[in-house]
Design a protein around this ligand. Sequence first.
Ligand code: GMT
Length: 375
Amino acid sequence: MKIGIVCYPTYGGSGVLATELGMELAKRGHQVHFITYALPIRLDRFQDNVYFHEVEIPSYPLMEHQLYTLALAGKIIDVVKYEQLDILHVHYAIPHAISGYLAKQILNTNGSIKLVTTLHGTDITLVGLEPEFHPLVKFSLDQSDAVTAVSQYLLEKTKQNFTPRNDIRVISNFVDTSLYVREPERCDSLRRRVAKDGEKILMHISNFRAVKRVQDTIRILAEVRNTINAKLILVGDGPDRTDTERLARELNVSDAVMFLGKQTALPQILSAADVFLLPSQSESFGLSALEAMSCSVPVVASNVGGIPEVVTHGENGYIAEFGDVTRMAKYTAELLTNPKKWEVFSANARRTATEKFDTKLIIPQYETLYTELVG
Ligand code: GMT
């Protein structure tokens, strides 16, 4: 099949998932065309069957705000027409589903191009609820040929907030467990540098947006250090980074925190972690937690959104009420001071990834959906 993928190319779960999906589909022989305004961050290696079409956003003195939605629709028209796409798969409803709908209407191909929209989270739970966007999201859900959500939680939220006309299919996020695998020797130097004296390593990866509550990871570290000597590695960057650095200084733990910034070699970095922290305020799934679990890292997270679909309390990690850093610190210290428990949780984390969320299980669900649509 010829599949167009529209996503945000930035350091965020929806773009990461869309890129990994495209690369997996390409491996399976589909021709995949990424249509984005910059090279997606995970599209960092050459692969057969993968093409990149850059959306250029024109500017003109009259237009104070960039016309991304329209420029994207124009580029989609071009790629669908000349590459003869069968499927246009847009990730994150705003504004991608609207651009896709517009392109489809203008192309007027009698339904020969099928529009699939995948909902990822804040497009439904936060941004999509803005009064300006709500009717647009509702309309685009009803006009898509198929809609998928990345968790059961997100499906329920979508029904509750948008009463969509058509069924929505849950297709979970996934991880390539052959790539995301714990190989301690891959991260020896990082471990030696950060935890010279055998300290334990906590880790968090995100785009440092407010919903991620990155500052809670600093608070957790400060409390954990009352019990055990631990360090914290923070991967990623975003609006909350400066406040997080400031809090680390205020709590006198800045020497125990390492900010690595944006990175792509995540399997190597995750291999150095003992516990992954995800204290988010809102999370439709928690792809970063799944990638950590695939690297055999138990997760301590907040009890929000789709996280309980991934992290099972007391089995492959712990979940606590959102904002309860004391409890999260207690759980983290418990895992770090009890090697037998850590081993069991670590093995369970890996098993959850391989048995429930491996690419081999999830990608065929997208292929089935496409086949149903194309016929
Ligand atoms: O919030 C982010 O980190 C990015 C956001 C996005 O839409 O780009 O991520 C969402 O999609 C991911 C992939 O499906 C999910 O794993 C995240 O849970 C979800 N984030 C939120 O719901 C806040």
